[in-house]
Design a binder for this molecule. Structure first.
Ligand code: APR
Length: 256
């Protein structure tokens, strides 16, 4: 039985790896935002999204055939609660922004659509699964800020042609935005370190990004209280911690 290395020792090693890195990137999932009040999709937090809503509601063919039901789930999961709970970036988001400022983290590739990395001050953020910030008409392709949508409508419609408005995040059954995909793969090619934060790493092709870094000889650091699909096979330094505690301790160790 492999003994778990001492967490303090791992924190020191992670700090050294990050300080010595040439091109470190971050790959983040819903877990980094949990301590900001955003529920995860899976895993053991009691209000995770897929235990309360049907993921089929954000499957693209379902959305097109039954937009009213999909929009109800979308509003509840991604808009109303964000407005009600005044979601803010936490220490983990802010630490990654500071690491970018210090030239340690070169890019954040996120599966999240909550915009918290940008609000924390990160500039190079690649939104692999799109964003909730904007929505686009499926008929005339007009794009608007989500804040301009009339959410009192059962099915928010285009103010130009009356068509169906679709949030600009990636639905199940949709492809990854080509620019986000190519930029992410490019970053994974260049990276010598990838810090994976708060992802179950079960959704493809997103979860291939840290694997690509590893296959290119890079080092994987993972922060997740629960082992993910990457932990045992790919991860070099595993911190079984929540993102806020981990980044608080890493931040002290690298003096940011
Ligand atoms: N700090 C860090 N990680 C945490 C914390 C925390 N405080 N609490 C929970 N986690 C971890 C969980 O252990 C889990 O491994 O966060 C992870 C969240 O996993 P998911 O909910 O599956 O989120 P994610 O990996 O981002 O999902 C990928 O699935 O439904 C789609 O498009 C959606 O982008 C999403 C994709």
């Amino acid at each position: 039985m492999k003994t778990m290395p001492d967490i303090d020792q791992t924190i020191e090693q992670v700090a050294r790896v990050l300080k010595d890195s040439k091109h470190a990137i971050a790959f983040t999932g819903a877990g980094i935002s949990l301590e900001s009040g955003v529920p995860t999709f899976r895993g053991n937090d009691e209000d995770n999204i897929w235990s309360r809503y049907d993921p089929e509601d954000i499957e693209i063919s379902r959305f097109m055939s039954n937009p009213a039901k999909s929009w109800k789930t979308i509003k509840d999961c991604f808009y109303f609660f964000m407005q009600d709970r005044h979601i803010e970036p936490n220490v983990a988001h802010k630490s990654l922004a500071k690491m970018e400022e210090k030239g340690i983290v070169r890019a954040v590739i996120t599966q999240n659509i909550d915009n918290l990395h940008q609000e924390a001050g990160s500039h190079r953020v690649i939104e692999f699964h799109g964003t909730t910030r904007t929505a686009t008409c499926v008929r005339c392709h007009k794009t608007v800020e989500a804040s301009q949508l009339d959410m009192s409508q059962k099915i928010p419609s285009c103010d130009k042609c009356g068509g169906l408005m679709k949030p600009d995040f990636v639905f199940f059954g949709e492809g990854i935005p080509s620019e986000a995909y190519s930029e992410s793969m490019n970053e994974a090619e260049k990276a010598d370190v990838c810090i994976v934060v708060g992802s179950s790493a079960v959704v493809m092709p997103a979860a291939m990004i840290p694997v690509k870094v590893k296959q290119n000889g890079g080092v994987l650091i993972e922060i997740n209280p629960t082992p993910s699909a990457l932990t045992h096979q790919y991860v070099d330094y595993y911190l079984p911690l929540g993102a806020v505690e981990a980044f608080t301790r890493i931040g002290k160790a690298i003096k940011i």
